[in-house]
Design a protein around this ligand. Structure first.
Ligand SMILES: Nc1ncnc2c1ncn2[C@@H]1O[C@H](COP(=O)(O)OP(=O)(O)OP(=O)(O)O)[C@@H](O)[C@H]1O
Length: 260
């Protein structure tokens, strides 16, 4: 069990989402989501496909303007003061393109310089991150030639280079091999132990149950349950509780033609 134990903090929430709403072509993707992510917590966001997780995290991190509601990082309003909020944030967005004609080393260097770090610091952190994510041997390979898992790892490394206070990671373990996933978990747990806050979206309930101390279950753009992992799962496994909250498997009777 590598679940960290957060120490309660009296300051503002690491992430405070109030009444977020977003519609695409008149269809509500996020329908009034409010969440408080305590500082120093390892927070999981789970929900079925199309639940509104990516849309919520995009609004929370300044990538997508909400139709209504607000988001604040450590008390700084993301939409009123985006530069200050983004200094505090490390973000791994889902499906946003990287500058993939750069090598892994160049991408980290670029990300560090863009964040205003001096060259010596950037060089040191780039080396440390390539090592930690097991990408040192591919430092000079173009990101466009990386595998899906390597691309995920370099994007995650780029989100860390400026030593943010709050990490918001959309599906950080997708496509990542088990050994790399274990080292990412160790990096994130260490970050939380040192006082940082991590928010991850994931479909892997077992992972969220083991790794996170808080969780929110969302479906159809709404929060169905939120709180400590132990509180939300209420004696069951998180997966059982998730299925109970979200509804059982879809109808499969129509696929009888598939049966041999
Ligand atoms: N740019 C967009 N234009 C139109 N509809 C969108 C757009 N982005 C998201 N949606 C819709 O909003 C809803 C929520 O999508 P979102 O990507 O936030 O879900 P998710 O919970 O992250 O799903 P998944 O687990 O499959 O990644 C879906 O119905 C999706 O089709």
């Amino acid at each position: 069990m590598d679940r960290p134990h957060p120490t309660p903090s009296p300051g503002p929430s690491a992430l405070s989402l109030r009444g977020l709403v977003k519609a695409f072509d008149g269809k509500l993707a996020v329908n009034g989501i409010s969440l408080e992510v305590p500082t120093g917590s390892f927070y999981g966001l789970v929900g079925p496909n199309g639940a509104g997780k990516t849309t919520t995290l995009s609004m929370a991190t300044g990538l997508l303007r909400p139709d209504a509601g607000s988001a604040a990082v450590l008390g700084v309003d993301v939409w009123a003061d985006p530069l200050a909020a983004k200094r505090l944030l490390g973000v791994l967005p889902d499906g946003v393109r990287l500058f993939d004609r750069l090598s892994g080393e160049q991408l980290l260097t670029y990300s560090g310089l863009l964040r205003g770090l001096d060259r010596a610091t950037v060089a040191q952190r780039t080396r440390d991150l390539l090592e930690a994510f097991d990408l040192a041997a591919d430092a000079r390979t173009l990101v466009v030639d990386y595998s899906a898992g390597m691309t995920k790892k370099i994007a995650l490394a780029a989100s860390l280079v400026h030593a943010p206070k709050v990490l918001v990671l959309d599906e950080p373990f997708e496509s990542v091999d088990p050994v790399s996933a274990a080292s990412i978990r160790a990096i994130l747990s260490g970050f939380v132990r040192s006082g940082g806050t991590v928010v991850v979206s994931s479909h892997v309930m077992d992972l969220v149950q083991r790794m996170c101390d808080h969780v929110a279950v969302v479906a159809q753009g709404r929060v169905l349950a939120a709180g400590t992992v132990d509180g939300v799962r209420a004696g069951a496994s998180l997966e059982e509780r998730f299925v109970e909250l979200v509804g059982g498997p879809g109808r499969t009777e129509g696929l009888t033609w598939l049966h041999t």
